[in-house]
Design a binder for this molecule. Structure first.
Ligand code: HEC
Length: 122
């Protein structure tokens, strides 16, 4: 390798590294924002959608995640939904462990958002 090539390589590294760091710093806040919503949805798909397809309830038809049922059962807020996600309710067991730290709130916020949109995507 010639000296010139080596110099170009060193300069290249010197420029690329700070640029990468800058990019990460700039992109990270945006990313973590969209991540909250995405991970709420992902948690739901992984742990809840088996029984609550499209916000319904394949076992107890009167206990869906739709606004009408949530209101009647006094679960019409993210905190109450998060509690159910964590501790369970009636014959539904809690999912505290699989949801992980803060996962109860992420999934509850997402559910509450969907309920307000009548579970119509978009
Ligand atoms: C194995 C099936 C199953 C899974 C998986 C499941 N649920 Fe449920 N869920 C139920 C059943 C059954 C009920 C009704 C329980 C009862 O009242 O006896 C229920 C009720 C609820 C309710 C109360 C709804 C209402 O209108 O009263 C909420 C909120 C809820 N589930 C959230 C979740 C969340 C969040 C997850 C995922 C972390 C989840 N569920 C996963 C079966 C399930």
């Amino acid at each position: 390798m010639s000296t010139l090539q080596r110099i170009i390589e060193v300069i290249g590294r010197l420029i690329v590294l700070p640029l990468l760091i800058l990019l990460i710093i700039l992109v990270l806040p945006l990313h973590s924002y969209s991540l909250t919503e995405e991970s709420g949805e992902a948690l739901f798909e992984m742990n809840c959608s088996g029984c609550h397809v499209n916000g319904g309830n394949i076992i107890r038809r009167s206990k869906t995640l739709r606004i009408k049922d949530l209101k009647r059962n006094e679960l019409d807020n993210p905190a109450a939904i998060a509690r159910v996600a964590r501790d369970g309710v009636g014959i539904m067991s809690g999912y505290e462990e699989v949801l992980g730290k803060g996962g109860d709130e992420l999934v509850a916020n997402w559910i509450w958002e969907q309920a307000q949109k009548a579970w119509i995507q978009g």
